[in-house]
Design a protein around this ligand. Structure first.
Ligand code: ZN
Length: 284
């Protein structure tokens, strides 16, 4: 995948702040409450918050300084370029119905309107504040633990989350909210597969030749396969098998590997959000 680094306008960089919020945002009262709860429960709740221990120094995590490496900064540039590119596409497809959002980068944990974003939960979209949350360490897990390396695999993850933003703007997630079912046939799995399909729609756009020369993201040969591998790698059946040794379709939250591959491929080959079951041309 080719992209031009530079514009980070769609990124909210909280990496320098993350990890210290337990102190910075809880205040000393919250700190003491957490200390007592940790003691009562026998669990170090600070470790859940990513603060690591009992150091109440308020300087931790409040400086906004980012300790990073050139390699990590390159990943940030990629995330920024993909986010901008995908949002430009949605702006063209949806017109005034699309509202730009930001990808919040964090380390370990950060507050969101949906609760505390944790690195362990993986990337997610928060409908309450309309933002995507991403800890870059997820890409290491994607590459090493799940066996799906590559920048387009990472772009697929980002554009999947942006797909949830599109659903939120179009009210497509409202139906799923009233459906309390889980499993392969549930409305929530259908939403996840639609987000995969939306990621594929961007993949279609980004595969047009000549984009790199215009400063946009352009796919390389083989990128499509890379994304399909990623879609297969994070199918519920595969993750369940990895973590529990068995497959439980009634507990699916994102769809099987085969379903996710199929959804992404549908978007990628058509380049049309309507193929993803979204009536994006209707006005309301
Ligand atoms: Zn999702």
């Amino acid at each position: 995948m080719q992209w031009t680094p530079g514009d980070r306008g769609d990124i909210r960089d909280e990496r320098g702040r993350s990890g210290g919020f337990g102190v910075a945002h809880l205040g000393i009262g919250g700190f003491l409450v957490l200390l007592v709860l940790s003691w009562l429960s026998g669990t170090n709740l600070f470790s859940l918050l990513g603060t690591g221990g009992g150091d109440p120094s308020p300087s931790v995590g409040t400086t906004g300084q980012v300790a990073s490496s050139p390699a990590e900064e390159r990943v940030v540039d990629m995330v920024a370029a993909v986010t901008k590119d995908a949002q430009n596409m949605w702006g063209e497809l949806l017109g005034s119905r699309y509202q730009r959002t930001k990808v919040t980068l964090f380390r370990d944990s950060t507050p969101s309107a949906c609760g505390f974003a944790q690195a362990a939960t993986g990337p997610f979209y928060c409908p309450e504040d309309g933002q995507v949350y991403l800890d870059l360490s997820f890409f290491n897990a994607l590459s090493r633990r799940l066996g799906a390396p590559g920048d387009f695999a990472e772009a697929y993850v980002i554009t999947h989350e942006l797909g949830h933003h599109v659903q939120n703007l179009l009210g497509l997630n409202a139906r799923a909210a009233s459906d309390r079912r889980t499993g392969a046939d549930s409305a929530s799995v259908a939403l996840e597969l639609q987000a995969d399909c939306f990621a594929g729609v961007w993949g279609h756009t980004a595969s047009q030749p000549g984009r790199a020369a215009a400063g946009k993201v352009e796919l390389d040969p083989g990128d499509m396969e890379e994304a399909l591998r990623a879609a297969a790698a994070i199918g519920d059946d595969r993750l369940q098998k990895m973590t529990t040794g068995q497959v439980m379709p009634d507990r699916f939250t994102h769809g099987s590997s085969a379903q996710r591959v199929e959804a992404f491929r549908k978007g990628m080959t058509t380049g049309d959000p309507r193929a993803c079951g979204a009536a994006v041309s209707s006005t309301h």
